[in-house]
Design a protein around this ligand. Structure first.
Ligand code: SF4
Ligand code: SF4
Length: 101
């Protein structure tokens, strides 16, 4: 099932807490910008472009950041978006940041 790149899914996505991304400087920089947008602009949905959000890769495809560590554990199977869209039934069902669905 296709996943929308929406504010609701950005909020529910677990990628921002995922160990695969936790030591990435690129992801840390993107998180800072996301926080600034959220704090400064109530209409933040308009400014959350796919290249600014280090998450919801099940919708947008592979991560732009290259300094992530796919040897760590993927959190997707614990995510509400994953359950709601039955992503376990897809051929590729996790590690969307490094693999195409
Ligand atoms: S897709 Fe999976 S492995 Fe990649 S950042 Fe998100 S939760 Fe972690
Ligand atoms: S299934 Fe994975 S990539 Fe998709 S929203 Fe959830 S944690 Fe993020």
């Amino acid at each position: 099932m296709q996943v929308d790149f929406s504010m609701e899914n950005i909020r529910r996505c677990l990628c921002l807490e995922c160990p695969v991304q936790s030591r990435s400087q690129c992801v840390a920089d993107k998180k800072k910008i996301m926080l600034l947008i959220t704090q400064q602009d109530l209409d933040s949905a308009m400014r959350m472009d796919t290249d600014r959000v280090p998450g919801v890769y099940c919708s947008t495809g592979k991560a732009i950041c290259r300094d992530i560590d796919p040897h760590e554990e993927c959190l997707c199977s614990g995510c509400e978006v994953w359950r709601e869209h039955r992503l376990s039934e897809d051929e590729v069902s996790e590690y969307f940041c490094v693999r195409e669905r």
